[in-house]
Design a protein around this ligand. Structure first.
Ligand code: PGA
Length: 252
């Protein structure tokens, strides 16, 4: 059985003060969530605050990105060992905003995934197609290519069982347009089949989250699908009540 998971990607939002309030709100309501792994991913500069605020709770934290190198002359970058210093459990890699705004290639994302894994962090690998790719029938091809780069560098799915995959159709991110549960399930199943072609038991173990305009109102229907193991939440993770409602939806 895969444990459901809900991860909040705060992106470049918040302040020291607002983050304190958000965390207190989440902590107040988290008692009702027992079976779902809950994770928050703040901006790097707030990791120390978040680690202190969440220490001893059952909410985990992670980073939104990392550099593939361990250390060196990479101005502005943050490495896997640095994230370990702040007890991050997870790190997002290949988010569509990094792929499309920062021009990250499949290969770079795969290198970041490997660096995170080797350092003992659990990568959350984001994959997903653009609207024009969906409309021209290329969804499976694009997602399989993004996944394939990571399978290749890792030497197969058996070396990825602690990782998480997040299917995030780019046209659904921050747009209020969610994939229907059936549309999302079809891609999740394709991803699991690809993993299974490589290693059946790894495919059964790896959690695949859906992301893209998930909110309390649509979470239960999405999470009810066979291959959807929870969500990666952007906008709705900045509101404690909304985020908690999504976490409760993952429990069922
Ligand atoms: P959204 O973002 O929930 O605001 O659509 C999801 C994501 O980018 O991870």
């Amino acid at each position: 059985m895969r444990q459901p998971m809900v991860a909040g990607n705060w992106k470049m939002n918040g302040s020291r003060r607002s983050i304190q309030e958000l965390i207190s709100g989440i902590k107040r309501g988290i008692g009702e969530v027992s079976n779902t792994e809950v994770v928050v991913c703040p901006p790097h500069v707030y990791l120390a605050d978040v680690a202190a605020l969440l220490d001893g709770s059952n909410i985990a934290w992670g980073a939104q990105d990392l550099n593939q190198h361990e250390s060196g002359a990479y101005t502005g970058e943050v490495s896997a060992p640095m994230l370990n210093d702040f007890n991050c459990r997870y790190v997002i890699v290949g988010h569509s905003e990094r792929r499309h705004i920062n021009g990250e290639s499949d290969n770079l994302v795969a290198e970041k995934f490997k660096a995170a894994s080797h350092a003992g962090l659990k990568p959350i690998l984001c994959v997903g197609e653009l609207l024009e790719e969906r409309e021209s029938g290329k969804t499976d091809k694009v997602v399989a290519r993004q996944l394939g780069a990571v399978l290749g560098i890792m030497g197969g799915a058996r070396n990825m069982t602690s990782a998480v995959i997040a299917y995030e159709p780019v046209w659904a991110i921050g747009t209020g347009k969610t994939a229907s549960p059936e549309q999302a399930q079809a891609v999740h199943q394709m991803i699991r089949d690809r993993l299974a072609d490589d290693d059946r038991s790894a495919a059964d173990a790896i959690r695949i989250l859906y992301g893209g305009s998930v909110k309390a109102a649509n979470a239960a229907d999405l999470f009810g699908m066979a291959d959807i193991d929870g969500g990666l939440i952007g906008g709705a993770s900045l509101n404690a009540e909304e985020f908690l409602a999504i976490c409760r939806a993952a429990e069922q």
